[in-house]
Design a protein around this ligand. Structure first.
Ligand code: ZN
Ligand code: ZN
Length: 325
């Protein structure tokens, strides 16, 4: 039994069956007569986890704006740091730039090659996704923005380094997807359509994983608490910060405000589902806790499928963080 199965739920009748089955298992696990220990659940959530992100192409192509701009690089489904040596359980994503500095003549294929092979002694893949300004093989001419999102890997990649995820995940490459994007601009600002594509890529992943905009960090904002000044990416002027100097980091808060409107929150949760979820949450964490109140707040504010998934993700976090177990 893993909590992750709940975060993968979709809309279909089979999903309802899977959810009910999972709830039955959890109820059994929570029965004190069966000597349930929270540590068992914690181990079930984390032990030996390596979550290949092989649905990335489907996730991106679900957005009509992205669909014609998605490129799958050969071998991406099986590319990643070795599962025998590393864990991979992404719970958010990091926005980067490659530091290629897109000057006239730049062909993004050179950046894709580096992301796959590794750079400066760091083994590849460097990220799961690579965003471009032009199609591979088409050099930048200063005004021919026609971006693509290239899927380079489904497994763990080397992009994070040390830092702090505001949602509490362990630092490092095992906890986040990485989006490398050609940049910053050599001159002028990030082309609006490039920024728009990045927004849609980010939102598509958040929707599919049932994460809110708080699960997005810039490399700068992630690294800054542990390594002040070490990372600036992504940097440079873009539509919402048009006067930003070329090597000054984007505001992660401003970035998130552009993502939130793209997140779909149209599903509905039934009162029965809400009651059931609240009861399970109370059983795991104890009643009247701050976390319980937060879950209940979310029940009132957010509808449906996403809410289920987020609530259970939070449940997993609560269990995972309990030092008493
Ligand atoms: Zn970076
Ligand atoms: Zn580049």
């Amino acid at each position: 039994m893993t909590l992750d199965c709940v975060t993968q739920l979709g809309d279909g009748p089979d999903d309802r069956t899977r959810l009910e089955s999972w709830l039955d298992q959890l109820a059994v696990a929570l029965d004190p007569d069966r000597l349930f220990r929270p540590a068992d659940l914690r181990l079930a959530v984390n032990l030996g986890t390596y979550q290949w992100q092989r649905d990335l192409a489907d996730v991106l192509r679900a957005d009509p704006f992205l669909r014609p701009r998605v490129i799958e690089r050969d071998g991406w489904r099986d590319r990643g740091r070795p599962p025998a040596q590393f864990t991979f359980a992404p719970s958010g994503l990091i926005e980067h730039h490659t530091a290629c500095g897109v000057a006239v003549g730049h062909d993004p294929a050179t950046c894709t090659a580096g992301i796959i092979a590794g750079v400066n002694g760091t083994p590849g893949p460097i990220s799961q996704l690579h965003g471009t300004w032009t199609p591979p093989g088409v050099p930048w001419r200063g005004n021919n923005a026609d971006p693509r999102i290239i899927i380079t890997a489904a497994g763990r990649a080397n992009h994070a380094g040390d830092g702090l995820y505001p949602w509490g995940a362990p630092a490092g490459n095992g906890s986040a997807l990485g989006i490398e994007w050609c940049g910053p601009p050599a001159v002028g600002e990030w082309p609006p359509i490039v920024v728009k594509l990045r927004q849609h890529v980010t939102a598509a992943i958040l929707r599919a994983r049932r994460w809110d905009a708080g699960r997005v960090v810039t490399h700068h904002s992630y690294a800054e608490p542990r390594r002040p000044g070490a990372k600036i990416d992504p940097s440079g002027p873009w539509s919402r910060q048009p006067t930003l100097p070329r090597l000054t980091p984007w505001s992660v808060a401003t970035w998130r405000t552009t993502i939130t409107p793209l997140l779909d929150q149209e599903d509905d949760m039934t009162p029965e589902q809400a009651t059931q979820l609240a009861a399970i949450h109370a059983a795991v964490t104890g009643t009247a806790t701050e976390r319980h109140a937060d879950i209940m707040h979310r029940l009132g504010q957010l509808p449906g499928r996403q809410l289920w998934a987020r609530a259970f993700r939070r449940l997993a976090e609560v269990i995972d963080r309990d030092p008493a177990t």
